[in-house]
Structures are given as C-alpha cells and as structure tokens.
Design a protein around this ligand. Structure first.
Ligand SMILES: Nc1ncnc2c1ncn2[C@@H]1O[C@H](COP(=O)(O)OP(=O)(O)OP(=O)(O)O)[C@@H](O)[C@H]1O
Ligand SMILES: [Mg+2]
Length: 554
C-alpha cells in the first residue's frame, strides 16, 4: 500500500508556523537577531501555505511533488527540534549563569545562530522550488477549522440510531430460534470491515426471543486464545467464577456448565480471525457438549468467508451492504440534516455522496459527521473530490476503497492540530485499548494542542476527543470502570482497523518500526511503534505486532 505521508505536511507546517510565532513573541527582547531569521522563516512558510492544498492533491499523482513535500516536512521537523533546543537553552537559570561567565554562553548561542541561518536558507531553497510546480492557490479548499478498541460488548447504545437491518435480524433470529437442532448450532455472519456485523449480532443478542437464554458475549480479536475464550464463557455463565489456568480443569468446568440439562445458551463470538482449522475444530469441540434437551447457539462474526465456512454448522450468512438510502439515513443523522436551512439544496448531493459509501455504515458515519459544518459548495467539493479515485487505494477491492476514501476525506477536513493528534494514534498496535488520560498527556507533551487564550489545554484535548469520537475515528471501549480513579480518567478508546490503517498510512515513514528496522540512525522517524510484550503471537493483519517491549521516542 503506497504511503500517504504527503497528507500530513500541511498540519505539520501549520503547527511549526505557530511554534515560530510563539518563539518570536516569547524571546523578542533577548534575541532580536534570531528574530530576524525566525520572521523570514515564518514568511517563507506563509508563502507556501497557500498552495499546500493543491500540492497535497497533486502529490497523489506526482512523485516529484511527493518528494518536495517530504523535504518540506523534514525541514519543518528540523526547525521544530531546533526551536525546542532554543527554548531549553533560554531557560532563565541558564541566562543567569551565562551572565556571570559570558564565555560559556557564547558557544551555544553562536552555534544556534549558525543553525538558525542554515535552517532559514534550507527552508528558503525548498519554498522557492514551489514555483517550479505551478501550484494554484486553493480557496475552495474543504478544510474547515471546525472545533470541535476494538473490544466489543453486547450493549446497544441507542437502538433507534441503527438504520435498516430489520429484515436481516428477523432472518437470523427466526432461523436460530426455530432451529430444532439439539446440541450446538454455529451461525457465522461475515462481510467486510465496518459493514455492521457486530451491530447486527448485538441486535440479535438483545432480541426478546432470547430473553430466557443464558447469554455470553465474547470479543475474540485477532489474538486467538482458546483458554481465554473458555474462561470467559465460564465466568459469564457462572457469574464471575475466577480464571482457571489449567486447560483440563477449564474444559471440564466448561462442559459442566454448557451441558446442564435443558439449558439454553446463546454465545456470540465477535470478530474471529483464526484461520487454522485445527484451532477452529478445537473451539467447536470445546463448545459442543450435549446436555439432554439443552441447546447452544453460537453466532460468530468474521470478515473472512473461509473462516465462516470452516466454523459453521449451518449455512453462513453473508451480510449485504446497506442500501444507499440507508447510508443516506446515517449521513443525515450524523450531519444534523433536519436542522439545516439549505436541506433542499444539499439533499441531492448528499444522496450522491451516500452512494460512495459502498453500503458501509462506518464510512457513512465518518462522512456524515464531516459534512455537518460544511456549506453547500463544500458538499459539492466532497462529492467531486479526487480522493474517490486515489491510485493509492487502487489495489483495494471496491467497497474497501470507498471506505478508505471516505475516511481520508474526513481526515482531510480536520483542523491541523486534530490531524496530528489523530495520526499520532498510529503508534498504538491495532485493537489496542488506549487510556484516554494517557493519550491526552501524550498529545500535550508533543505540543499537538493548539494554543488558545480562551480554553485550557485540557479543555481543548477534551474537544479533540469529542471530535474524534464524532468522526468514529475513536470508539469507546468497554472498561472495567469508566470513572476517575485516583484522579486519573480511565476511559478507554479503540480505533476501528480501517481507521488505524489510515493513521498508519498518513504517518508512513514517521513511524519507527523496531520489528522491521533495527536501527533508527539515518531514518526520518519521529515515533516508535508501541509494542506490547503481552502479545504472544503475530497479529495476522498487522506486520507491526511482533513481541517487543514498549518504547516511544518523540
Ligand atoms: N445499520 C446501522 N445503522 C447505523 N449505524 C450502523 C449500522 N451498522 C453499523 N453501524 C455503525 O457502523 C460502525 C461499524 O459497525 P460494526 O462495528 O458493527 O461493523 P463490523 O462489520 O462489525 O466491522 P468489523 O469487521 O471491523 O468488526 C459502528 O460504529 C456502528 O455503530
Ligand atoms: Mg465487528
């Protein structure tokens, strides 16, 4: 998959430009000669900022533009690092010391002046080169400065927000309920990411037809662990029995619980990725225990048809895409369509955009939220965007391609600071539960938060989180507690896989992958991928998830 790092340049540039502004304001009397350089840099950046939207667009097709953007971004980072160095060498204590022994202060100051001059010249060279590309100043840019885990559970936040799927739900509930089969029935639901498999499984799970069933919801994840699944069934059926580490005892206890005479049990195994037939047979065997008059129904969700076919006992159900009309319903919900004055104008454009979602609910959600603050002209710009035909996604199957394009459009509409905060989440492994408070601290530590004289940094971070949740770029993850414990907010978030892919694409070579590249020397990376020693085996969807200790460079 080609990289999309060019999409990050404008946000980096805007943040560094603000950093320069802040440095100028902060040190104007102490270092007036540096300020001349800083002001020149700022002007050079401003001259290039106006054409960046076009440059990013052209970079999709043109490798030389991509190269130019990369040089610009690298220069941005070098300037940012230099300013950090400048800040730390200008701490008051240092200055006092320098005043007493002047000779000591001259060295660092002199080399800083040299660095500053070199950086300014390098930046001017790069920015002057943009004349060669005939970029246009883009005022119809859709960029709007609006402020604004995968682990699943059976809880349905608000059933009224789920559109369509009534027919699908009735088909599944009826066929399962009417199944006279004693013993085990395994029905897989399969379909592409974000189409609504988990949502449909929740609808079935919460249906009143199954209210006299003992119910178990298990999020399987890409890390398949039979012992964990078995123990999870035990603890949910026995209401809290503690973990049984020994396999033999676990299997015996599980069999006792599942085979209780006359017991009816509904189990959802959400998000199964295991392909290995032996493992799947063992899972099946573990759950197949005949109790007299008992019935065990298992609903499995998976993206993979082959897995569905391996695990099923009845014909697997392929979840069809949502009708375009339903995607339009989701967009309408998310963009507060009914409250718009220009409803009649935007409706036909909105319907055209809905068709591009490929029936994928997740894509419709992200687009709907993004369209909310946009004007009629901007809705048109979204509809006609080049991103729908992005060559970077040309190898993807059609619905997937559209989902990625939808997500990328949402990404492009975010303000610069929010873009950086989102892209930063690529450092976490797929499916990782991100602790809200930690994430916010990291954003602050990296200076991703926009300066504001009205809102506190914390308030701004809360607003970033809210926006990312609104876009479905972050999702709430179930946690043992979502309260504040010892003053720490332990709310957890996850990112949908496709959203995580997007963050990785945008970060591209900014991420140092210790699994692939052993040394960081000579690379341009700014962040190391977080790795968990907890991960015992390779994530089949993610080449970045080897077992490594957690590291992070900034
Ligand atoms: N029918 C629907 N109406 C409204 N929103 C929906 C509908 N179906 C799914 N969604 C929303 O779309 C998002 C993705 O849905 P879901 O998690 O069910 O997809 P999935 O097929 O299970 O994806 P994955 O393969 O990644 O597990 C969720 O935020 C969900 O709330
Ligand atoms: Mg799912």
């Amino acid at each position: 998959m080609p990289k999309l790092e060019a999409m990050l340049v404008s946000s980096v540039l805007s943040v560094v430009s603000q950093q320069i502004g802040a440095t100028i304001r902060g040190h104007i009397r102490l270092q007036w000669d540096f300020n001349k350089d800083l002001n020149k840099m700022k002007m050079a950046l401003e001259s290039v900022q106006a054409v960046l939207e076009d440059a990013e667009r052209q970079s999709i097709q043109d490798a030389t533009v991509r190269l130019w953007l990369k040089r610009l971004k690298d220069a941005m980072y070098a300037i940012s690092d230099m300013l950090d160095e400048f800040e730390s060498s200008n701490k008051p204590a240092r200055w006092k010391f320098a005043a007493t022994i002047p000779g000591i202060a001259i060295g660092p100051r002199f080399s800083m002046a040299n660095k500053m001059k070199k950086m300014r010249e390098e930046l001017e060279n790069i920015t002057n080169q943009h004349q060669n590309f005939r970029f246009t100043t883009d005022i119809s840019s859709i960029v709007q400065p609006f402020l604004d885990e995968r682990e699943t559970d059976s809880y349905l936040n608000d059933q009224t927000l789920i559109v369509g799927r009534t027919e699908e739900k009735i088909r599944i509930t009826d066929s399962l309920y009417e199944s006279t089969m004693e013993g085990i029935t395994i029905l897989p639901i399969y379909g592409i990411g974000g189409i609504g498999k988990t949502t449909l499984a929740k609808l079935v799970f919460n249906d009143t037809l199954f209210k006299d069933y003992s119910q178990v919801w298990i999020y399987v994840s890409q890390i398949f662990n039979l012992n964990k699944i078995g123990n999870s069934v035990i603890s949910q059926l026995s209401k809290g029995e503690s973990h049984i580490a020994e396999k033999q005892r676990m299997r015996t206890r599980l069999a006792e619980l599942l085979s209780a005479a006359g017991k009816k049990i509904l189990i959802v195994l959400d998000d199964l990725w295991e392909e290995n037939e032996i493992q799947l047979e063992e899972l099946k065997g573990m759950l197949t225990v005949g109790g007299e008059g008992g019935k065990v129904i298992v609903i499995v969700t998976t993206r993979d048809e082959a897995i569905a076919k391996k695990i099923c006992t009845v014909h697997p159900y392929k979840l069809p895409p949502l009708a375009d009309e339903r995607c339009w319903d989701i967009i309408k919900q998310k963009c507060a369509f009914e409250a718009r004055d220009d409803k009649d104008h935007v409706e036909s454009i909105g319907r055209d955009i809905a068709m591009k979602c490929g029936g994928v609910a997740l894509a419709a959600q992200a687009l709907g939220y993004m369209l909310k603050p946009l004007t009629f002209g901007e809705w048109e710009a979204v509809k006609n965007s080049d991103l729908w035909n992005l060559p970077a996604f040309k190898d993807e199957p059609s619905p997937q391609r559209n989902v990625l394009a939808c997500l990328l459009l949402s990404y492009k509409s975010m303000p610069s600071h929010l873009k950086l905060c989102f892209a930063y989440c690529a450092i976490f492994p797929r499916g990782h539960k991100i602790v809200k408070d930690d994430l916010i601290h990291q954003w602050i530590a990296h200076d991703f938060v926009a300066p504001s004289s009205i809102f506190s940094t914390r308030q701004l971070c809360e607003s970033y989180v809210k926006q990312l949740l609104g876009l479905s770029f972050l999702q709430h993850a179930k946690s043992f507690s979502t309260n504040v414990v010892h003053g720490r907010d332990v709310s957890l978030f996850t990112m949908h896989d496709l959203v995580h892919d997007l963050a990785r694409f945008v970060m591209a070579d900014e991420l140092h992958d210790t699994g692939k590249v052993r040394s960081i020397w000579g690379s341009n990376c700014r962040y190391a991928v977080v790795r968990l020693v907890l991960y015992q085996r390779r994530d089949p969807r993610d080449s970045n998830s080897d077992c490594q200790p957690c590291t992070h460079t900034g």
